[in-house]
Design a binder for this molecule. Structure first.
Ligand code: C5P
Length: 221
């Protein structure tokens, strides 16, 4: 399980680790983003928990394995680029504060656990959704580095963005994720905390794989 703030690299790392071990992958943030997109499209007031939860009672999503990443569908429409917009991420963080929304999305996430195993990335994978996970990581990176990474990611998807604005949006979103009362962004006490600010993707991947192999040697399945 890999938790951490946005831009900490957890998404790319979770994908690499899942591929390395042949495990399934759960991008739990995508589920929150799909829920946010649904709410935005229905025009509900995001400040109204009851109205948001009502919309999400009838909520059809699925992920289809693509060549690179899995493709998210909302009500049978491919919404890959829409869910990556900052407006969707911000709306996701707003509705993610609500206990009723988290409850509605919890089971969908837990159902993703399938043999031979799952790599899940998010904010509360190790603390709430999969508290009994065998191995947990909490990934961290400085806000400046995270804004630069997000910028690169958006540009590669053809979405323009300003680094300064991204940094302030990321900090605002983190603040909300850390301070909410329900499933706040916090490292599980049994997670290995990895600061990826000064490491590249390959270095962090190697560090994580070697930790997983060490745990597996010392504690065989
Ligand atoms: O990881 P990503 O940036 O796609 O997540 C979007 C938002 O969804 C986060 O800012 C957070 O508020 C929410 N989220 C959450 N719990 C998760 C995954 C995402 O609250 N497990």
């Amino acid at each position: 399980m890999a938790d951490g703030p946005s831009g900490s690299g957890k998404g790319s790392l979770a994908l690499r680790i899942a591929r390395h071990f042949g495990f399934h992958l759960l991008d739990s943030g995508a589920i929150y983003r799909l829920a946010a997109l649904k709410s935005l499209r229905q025009g509900v007031d995001l400040a109204d928990e009851k109205a948001v939860a009502k919309v999400l009672n009838d909520f059809s999503i699925r992920f289809v394995e693509g060549d690179e990443l899995s493709i998210p569908y909302l009500d049978d429409e491919d919404v890959s680029s829409q869910i990556r917009l900052e407006t969707t991420g911000d709306a996701a963080s707003q509705i993610a504060q609500y206990p009723s929304v988290r409850k509605l999305l919890l089971e969908r996430q837990q159902q993703c656990f399938q043999p031979p195993g799952l790599v899940a990335d998010g904010r509360d994978m190790g603390t709430v959704v999969f508290p009994n996970a065998r191995i947990k990581f909490f990934l961290y990176a400085s806000p400046e580095i995270r804004a630069q990474r997000r910028h690169k990611q958006l540009i590669s998807m053809g979405i323009s963005a300003s680094i300064a604005q991204l940094e302030s949006e990321i900090s605002e979103r983190d603040e909300r994720d850390r301070n909410r009362s329900e499933s706040p962004l916090v490292a599980s006490t049994d997670a290995l905390v990895v600061d990826s600010s000064l490491l590249d993707l390959n270095q962090v991947t190697e560090l994580m794989i070697s930790h997983i192999e060490k745990v597996n040697q010392n504690r065989p399945l």
